[in-house]
Write a protein that binds this ligand. Structure first.
Ligand code: ZN
Length: 396
């Protein structure tokens, strides 16, 4: 089944044709109406109630046709302006939060997520090693003032999870006027130090996008991670993060639960974030999630959860037919480049679908154990696609 994704116009998205989301939506659907003033932030592929994919042939929603929900939600993100500092609750917390405040926490599911960069990608991921946070607080004196002597003494005496928690709590609960003053002082007197720490660009970006927002100061507490295309990060339950800039493929458990605490005009649930977040410092290189290679064509990003895995395939345009082995689970394929003729089995018999940039295809369980990518009209480009599926690789 060929699908159309659901486009979300959040205000942090890239604008008009500059957005990969808009480009893919136009390539997918010739009738897509591009507005050059509009932001195109996300494209959702899956059965989540807030953005169900449509089956092209019949116009039905994918969940109606499947008569069940997929365990994962597959997305493309195109980020211009930073997304909020956030964590995602674990399953247990998600059930409780959804029961208590359904208007804020929309479903009872956990939301581990994986982001794979499509373009150079910038994100804040997890806390820095506590010693580095201590050094930042010392170097940027307005932070020392904001956090207060007690917490600063504590992180000097014992740079551990507890003192990190105390300092971060003092930061997040500081008075708005004091936060604003702290940001202004750093901006005025610490340009040289920001530059030396490679924080100047991100400080200027976040403080311009969110003036006076406490999230700006999170850059002194969190790892700044720069991903190249194909590199990935995995965010397990309650790992603090914020995406700042770039484009990525994202896959997650089928949920929209976000606990926000900064860099956002939306509701900040600071108390819940402080209760949930894991206070563990670790260096940035530990945050890169490495896929494993099956063969020259195929790589798998297999996170430590059952809900989803992502397969990346890159077929050289000179390659003849490529056969991909699949287990019997419903999968969604998104084509990024090149042309191939996809041959697969369906419950109505064998089928051929021409794949070009923007094609989204639901691969049914009947297609297992093998689908074929036959050469298409040669456009000179290698064929590149991502496939989201249930994480049957985890058993291996
Ligand atoms: Zn997230």
């Amino acid at each position: 089944m060929e699908l159309t994704g659901w486009v979300k116009n959040y205000e942090w998205g890239k604008i008009g044709i500059n957005s990969a989301v808009a480009q893919l939506a136009m390539a997918n659907d010739p009738d897509f109406n591009l507005n050059e003033e509009e932001t195109y932030a996300e494209m959702w592929m899956g059965t989540h109630i807030c953005g169900v994919s449509i089956v092209k042939e019949t116009g039905e929603t994918l969940d109606r046709v499947l008569k069940e929900d997929l365990p994962y939600l597959f997305k493309v993100l195109s980020i211009n302006k930073a997304l909020s500092i956030q964590v995602h609750p674990n399953k247990c917390e998600a059930e409780r939060l959804h029961a208590e405040r359904p208007e804020l926490y929309k479903d009872p599911n956990h939301k581990p997520e994986l982001a794979i960069a499509l373009t150079p990608f910038l994100a804040l991921v997890g806390f820095l090693p506590t010693e580095d946070i201590r050094d930042n607080i010392d170097e940027f004196q307005p932070l020392t003032k904001l956090i207060g002597k007690e917490a600063v003494d504590e992180i000097h005496e014992k740079p551990n999870a507890e003192s990190l928690k105390l300092c971060y709590e003092r930061l997040m609960k500081a008075d708005d006027a004091d936060v604003d003053k702290c940001i202004k002082e750093i901006s005025k007197h610490y340009q040289k130090e920001l530059k030396e720490n490679e924080l100047l660009d991100v400080f200027n970006k976040t403080s311009k996008e969110f003036p006076g927002d406490v999230g700006v100061l999170s850059i002194f507490f969190m790892n700044l991670v720069r991903l190249q295309p194909g590199q990935a990060i995995y965010l397990g339950a309650n790992e603090i993060h914020a995406y700042l800039e770039g484009e990525c493929i994202e896959c997650m458990a089928c949920s929209d639960n976000v606990i926000r605490a900064g860099l956002t005009p939306k509701f900040k649930d600071v108390d819940q974030l402080l209760e949930s977040v894991i206070f563990e410092g670790a260096p940035a290189h530990r945050k890169i999630f490495v896929p494993y290679r099956i063969d020259d064509t195929m790589q798998v990003y297999s996170p430590p959860v059952n809900d989803f895995a992502v397969i990346h395939i890159s077929i050289k345009h000179s390659t003849d037919t490529y056969k991909l082995r699949l287990e019997p689970f419903g999968s969604i394929l998104l084509t990024l480049a090149g042309v191939r003729r996809l041959h697969l089995k369906t419950k109505d018999g064998p089928k051929e679908i021409i794949l070009t940039r923007g094609s989204i295809v639901y691969i049914p369980i009947e297609a297992a154990p093998e689908i074929e990518f036959q050469p298409g009209e040669d456009c000179g480009d290698d064929f590149t696609a991502y496939i989201a599926t249930f994480n049957y690789f985890k058993k291996a």
